[in-house]
Design a protein around this ligand. Structure first.
Ligand code: NAP
Length: 239
């Protein structure tokens, strides 16, 4: 199958491209890198991309590196617009344009992120946008053209760093597997949550049951553990 990965030169996208390319034809697009260039926040740019590639069956968006980590009182109105225009609006545009070009039987897979459920003081904007995107995916799956599916993957940090203090939260192969399941499976309106690493580690939020994931525990023990855990490791700041 022919799969277009927008953001396919990034950390997650690159791994997905590698894993997919053994069985599928993969086309990789980035803002400045990849086989094709496009800006996913521009309708014109997306049209240009799709017009260059024929017969796309599946579209994946793994664009990243464009989120803002700030506390609520530091977030400007423009910061909020920036985050929402990318995580939500740009991926809505990817959906809108993809629907015009991809073949029946195809799929669209977008990317949210675990901050929809795990809040820190610096991820209020990101978490809100992630949650809105997931709602968009779940609702719009009911109204897409027949035979086109839409899902989202919600990654956790894909660190492979290992130390006594820092467990691997999620192997990148598991995150890539979620995108592949979205492409190859029958699901639509599904949010894939490759969160096993969160569950299996000996940290408080790993022990939460599914019902607890329904809401952020800001102010509670989860928040304290998340804050401690996240603030302890600066590599999270680029996510
Ligand atoms: N990595 C994690 O641990 C993690 C955890 C939770 C959620 N996520 C989510 O997963 C997604 C991917 O994360 P990542 O870490 O793989 O990101 P990343 O490594 O920063 O990926 C950046 C990719 O996006 C492309 N890109 C950036 N701006 C673009 C634009 N305006 N239009 C088109 N392409 C653009 C880049 O192209 P160029 O290289 O050409 O600039 C590159 O291919 C993000 O939505 C992120 O929020 C990631």
């Amino acid at each position: 199958m022919k799969v277009l990965i927008i953001g396919g030169t990034g950390k997650i996208g690159h791994r997905l491209a590698q894993d997919l390319s053994t069985t599928h034809q993969v086309i990789v697009a980035g803002l400045n890198s990849g086989q094709h260039q496009c800006d996913y926040s521009s309708e014109l740019s997306l049209h240009g991309l799709f017009m260059k590639i024929n017969n796309i069956e599946h579209v994946v968006c793994t664009v990243g590196g464009d989120m803002i980590h700030k506390k609520f009182d530091q977030l400007t109105n423009n910061d909020w617009r920036y985050v929402i225009e990318r995580k939500l609006f740009a991926q809505m545009l990817v959906t809108k344009i993809s629907e015009m070009y991809i073949k029946n039987g195809g799929s669209i897979t977008l990317t949210s992120g675990y901050h929809s459920h795990f809040a820190t003081p610096e991820t209020i904007a990101i978490g809100s946008a992630n949650a809105a995107l997931e709602t968009f995916v779940m609702q719009f799956s009911k109204f897409l053209s027949s035979d086109i599916r839409i899902n989202a993957v919600s990654p956790t940090p894909v660190s492979s760093m290992k130390s006594d203090q820092l467990p691997e939260l999620c192997p990148i192969t598991q995150v890539a597997r979620s995108y592949i399941d979205s492409i190859e499976g029958d699901d639509t309106g599904k949010i894939f949550r490759p969160w096993d690493g969160l569950y299996s580690q000996n940290i408080s939020f790993a022990t939460l049951d599914e019902s607890t994931y329904g809401g952020c525990k800001v102010g509670g023990s989860l928040f304290k553990v998340c804050s401690y855990f996240i603030n302890s490791f600066s590599y999270f700041s680029g996510i």
